[in-house]
Ligand binder design. Structure first.
Ligand code: GAF
Length: 454
């Protein structure tokens, strides 16, 4: 068999230095600064952020870096080491529908800062910038390469504009460190980035990715409650338990701006409107307790919430037609399932410290239950992802699931440290046997939120 292909864990310091050199070579001067933001690995909770549920993500060591220099002519010029063609646009002309492709995220953030930001975040009139971008976040991997680009752009533009703000006697807003001291600012920037993605890049996503990229704490996972975007840092010390997360980029491309993600998201919005609820989370009890999904009682509670929701919808003309009740039943059921799974994981990791082997065994089961729900109820898996999940489970993984928006992208498995090489090899072999694209395995290390590097 052909050896499993492992990505290299990025050496961030070396990458900052080589981006600085590349900037000098392209633009003929030093950059004013370098900023970066991570992709995220969502441990649990898909399609629940925009429904007011909770998610359980952690920042990745894979990041998008931006070196930048201030211009005072209102022009935004951006180049990427991964993309062939530079893009240059007057900032004033950037609006929904005027930019596309990767520049949509960069220009989108600039536009959104002016829409959303208020005086301290919106960009001064003559502000412009020369940017050079480099990234190690796999694109289309369900690991939030888009948010990494948006969030690094937001930090870069905000800090590059500081000299103009000072001249105009506006208080500059240095991004500074993460943590409670400036979590408010980071929360506002996360909203700016979401709006850029929703209105300019055309993917109506829910804030999980931007919140993790900007507001997480170094080396910590977090449970984010999307009813109010508050979060609780959670220590998920997988290595300490002799275990490992194996992340498999299936290389089956996924694109959130295509119709699959938005059809499900729109259906959730129709359900919400038809039920008159603030969000779908509000249809479940406030306190989910400690839902044991295998217990008959929890299963019945969830199914009756789904049935009840659909019944309310049936009374509103137009909601069930077109999609078909079966699909809507499955999609709704998935949303409630993942909300309960995250709640259970949250309780496992916050109430039952220290963790025991039982905690990890359960976390694995939650992964596998979530995958079955994504596959069978939400219809968001595909063969490559199922093969990766099944192969990991055949090799005694504690659990495995697809991560992110689905239809392609990455699989996450929880397994013992010793089992990692043979499991990766087995997945590589299974893919080769079926003629799938060669998967790439991503080594992990603690990630940290967006920050300034230089
Ligand atoms: C993508 C979106 F960007 C998130 O907001 C979230 O909905 C996720 O898919 C699915 O859980 O990453």
């Amino acid at each position: 068999s052909i050896a499993a292909q492992w990505a290299t864990l990025p050496d961030h310091t070396a990458q900052v230095e080589s981006l600085r050199e590349a900037f000098v070579e392209r633009y003929g001067s030093e950059p004013d600064g370098i900023w970066s933001a991570p992709g995220r690995l969502n441990l649990l909770g898909e399609y629940v952020d925009f429904n007011g549920g909770s998610c359980f993500p952690t920042p990745l060591p894979y990041r998008t870096l931006i070196a930048g220099r201030l211009r005072r002519d209102g022009i935004l010029h951006a180049e990427s080491l991964q993309m062939p063609t530079p893009v240059e646009r007057p900032l004033r002309e950037i609006a929904p529908g005027t930019v596309s492709g990767w520049f949509g995220y960069v220009g989108g953030v600039a536009w959104s800062m002016n829409q959303e930001g208020g005086e301290d975040i919106s960009l001064p009139p003559d502000f412009g910038a020369d940017l050079l971008i480099d990234s190690t976040v796999p694109v289309g991997g369900g690991l939030s390469s888009s948010a990494a680009l948006e969030c690094s752009t937001a930090l870069a533009l905000l800090e590059l504009s500081c000299p103009l703000r000072t001249e105009e006697s506006l208080e500059p807003l240095p991004v500074g460190g993460c943590g409670p001291d400036n979590d408010d600012l980071r929360a506002r920037l996360a909203r700016v980035c979401m709006r850029a993605e929703n209105e300019v890049a055309g993917a109506v996503t829910g804030g999980l990715d931007q919140t993790t990229s900007l507001r997480s704490l170094p080396g910590q996972a977090m449970v984010i409650d999307f009813r109010d975007f508050s979060f609780e840092p959670v220590d998920v010390n997988v290595t300490g338990a002799g275990l490992a997360f194996l992340v498999i980029d299936s290389r089956a491309p996924h694109d959130l701006a295509d119709g699959q993600y938005s059809s499900r998201r729109n259906a959730c919005e129709d359900l919400r409107q038809a039920t008159g609820a603030e969000n779908l989370r509000a249809l479940l009890p406030d306190d989910l307790g400690f839902p044991d999904l295998d217990a008959e009682e929890a299963r019945r509670a969830r199914e009756s919430t789904v049935a009840d929701t659909l019944e309310r919808c049936a009374r509103v003309p137009g909601v069930l037609e077109g999609l078909g009740e079966d699909k809507l039943y499955g999609w709704t059921k998935h949303v409630f399932t993942d909300m309960m799974l995250v709640e259970r994981a949250r309780t496992l990791f916050t109430d039952r410290t220290p963790t025991t082997p039982e905690t990890w065994r359960e976390l694995g089961q939650l992964f596998t239950t979530s995958h079955a729900s994504m596959r069978d109820d939400l219809g968001a898996s595909r063969n490559e992802l199922d093969v990766a999940v099944d192969t990991c489970l055949d090799h005694d993984a504690l659990g495995a699931r697809l991560v992110g928006g689905g239809f392609g992208g990455a699989v996450l498995a929880l397994t013992t440290r010793e089992r990692v090489p043979e499991t990766a090899q087995a997945v590589a072999d299974a893919f080769a046997d079926r003629g799938y694209e060669k998967p790439v395995f991503l080594p992990l290390a603690p990630g940290r939120p967006a920050n300034r590097d230089l």
